[in-house]
Design a protein around this ligand. Structure first.
Ligand SMILES: Nc1ncnc2c1ncn2[C@@H]1O[C@H](COP(=O)(O)OP(=O)(O)OP(=O)(O)O)[C@@H](O)[C@H]1O
Ligand SMILES: [Mg+2]
Length: 464
């Protein structure tokens, strides 16, 4: 249960939203002016504020910093009047948690609230981490991402080995660098070893180096990557590909921090820390006999699993906004806006290639829209547009209300009773079909938004 404030000058909508929130078990209060809203926020501890933009006494976005800095520091969710991607972007960059377009507000209210509350709970937890984490390039504020960052902060604060797992493109390498950059080893090297790219015959000499004359062509001694990682971090990418024959040898190096270059008799010491990454299931590798359980045990001092992007849809928008801005800057262009459909299409796509794929798609759209100020779904690659179109296909309309029989012995209801029952049934079917989206409901029914709100109000709660 949360304390929520709704600031919206549309009295009917404001009443509907507070009622909706109360029925979901929250403490909700509403007001129709910004100044009154700010006063209420100063005097009460609200967790979340829903804030309209166009208000009689000013622009909600100008008041946003005021709401963010009251003692309870509520999360602010902006309610935008119409498709205004620039306003939405301004809202997000001014520190709003998210924004909802007015036509979708009834449908999406509780979803946004739940996410904001999860984030708030997570934020409270993260406050307990003593050192402020330098995020590097890591973008996103979903509870899942914040939970991973929580572990990154822990990993940075100690010197134990770390195993990063996750599907391709989820950011394992970016996270490994952030761990290094935040650790006491930040002044040392961050050395990347791609275990999948090294031919088996070269792995040992690449890692450990070799003595002069160790093999044909070794005309001089060469240091290995482990030597370069002395005082720093050794990032073993795709560790699941490390040949089983080498795993035992490597485990010993991990335990003793000593190694012997190929063809050398001396042992050399190297003080490195291991961060490993894999997109394989290493437990399964252990079961199948291709990965040593003792090595896995040694590697996962701290285990950080990066969830796929489809499980943290909240990050899609932040990543898109940031990457698009980067592209615009790189090409010396003004920042482009995004149509709401565009973000919806990206949010609803399952992203098998995760963030890498998202960035490729944004680049594709950016190139297609290089002369436009706004990105639309038509700028997306075809496979995404097809999915978007399929999702928007309209099923058959709802059946008309049941007829009553003329020769029925019971008399027909009065005209107003019949009309009212038909209205109620129609609204129920309409809102179910439109999945509570007021915009869709208006489009399907031909009703104006004001009329639809009036009817919904009249038939609450039976019609919802
Ligand atoms: N949270 C994030 N914020 C910003 N950029 C990210 C984030 N996560 C990943 N990226 C970007 O996504 C791309 C892929 O990330 P990365 O190479 O770290 O993935 P990976 O998990 O190592 O993938 P693979 O298993 O295919 O090697 C990079 O361009 C990286 O900068
Ligand atoms: Mg990688």
């Amino acid at each position: 249960m949360a304390d929520v404030l709704v600031v919206d000058d549309d009295q009917v909508l404001c009443g509907m939203l507070t009622e909706h929130l109360r029925r979901a078990g929250h403490h909700a209060r509403g007001t129709v002016t910004l100044n009154e809203g700010l006063r209420m926020a100063r005097e009460n501890a609200f967790d979340v504020v829903f804030l309209d933009v166009q208000m009689p006494d000013g622009n909600g976005l100008d008041f946003l910093p005021g709401f963010k800095t009251v003692p309870s520091a509520p999360e602010v969710i902006i309610i935008t009047g119409k498709g205004d991607p620039n306003g939405a972007q301004q809202a997000i960059s001014s520190g709003a948690w998210s924004y909802i377009e007015k036509p979708n507000v009834v449908r999406e209210l509780l979803l946004h609230l739940t996410r904001a509350l999860e984030y708030r709970a997570e934020k409270q937890r993260i406050k307990t981490i003593p050192v402020a984490l330098k995020r590097g390039g890591i973008i996103g504020n979903s509870p899942q991402l914040l939970a991973s960052l929580d572990l990154v902060a822990k990993a940075a604060a100690c010197d134990t080995s770390v195993l990063l797992s996750g599907e391709t493109g989820t950011g394992k390498e970016v996270f490994a660098r952030v761990i290094h950059d935040n650790s006491q080893r930040a002044g040392g090297n961050f050395v990347v070893v791609d275990c999948a790219a090294l031919p088996e015959t070269l792995i040992e000499s690449t890692l450990f180096g070799h003595a002069r004359g160790a093999f044909t062509g070794a005309d001089k001694a060469r240091d290995g990557l482990i030597r370069h990682a002395d005082g720093g971090t050794l990032f073993l990418d795709e560790i699941g590909e490390l040949p089983i024959g080498l795993q035992k040898n490597f485990l010993r190096v991990l335990q003793e921090h000593r190694y012997r270059p190929v063809g050398d008799t001396r042992e050399i010491k190297s003080d490195f820390r291991v961060v490993a990454a894999t997109n394989r299931n290493l437990d399964e590798g252990v079961r199948n006999g291709i990965f040593r359980s003792d090595l896995l045990f040694r590697l996962q001092g701290i285990w950080i699993h990066l969830p796929p992007l489809r499980d943290r849809q909240g990050d899609v928008k932040d990543l898109t906004v940031a990457y698009l801005e980067k592209l615009c800057q790189r090409h010396g262009l003004d920042t482009k806006g995004m149509a709401p459909d565009f973000i919806n299409a990206l949010t609803n796509y399952p992203w098998p290639g995760n963030i890498r794929e998202l960035f490729q798609v944004i680049e594709h759209a950016f190139v297609n829209a290089v002369n436009h100020h706004t990105l639309f779904t038509r700028h997306l690659p075809e496979h995404l547009r097809v999915l978007q179109a399929q999702a928007a296909i309209r099923p058959t309309p709802a059946a008309p209300p049941a007829q009553f029989s003329a020769d029925d012995t019971t008399p027909p209801p009065s005209w107003s009773e019949y009309k009212s029952a038909a209205e109620r049934a129609y609204l129920r079917d309409l809102m179910t079909f439109a999945r509570n989206s007021v915009t869709d409901a208006c489009r399907i029914s031909g009703l104006s938004r004001t009329r639809l709100y009036q009817l919904l109000k009249k038939h609450e709660p039976a019609s919802r």
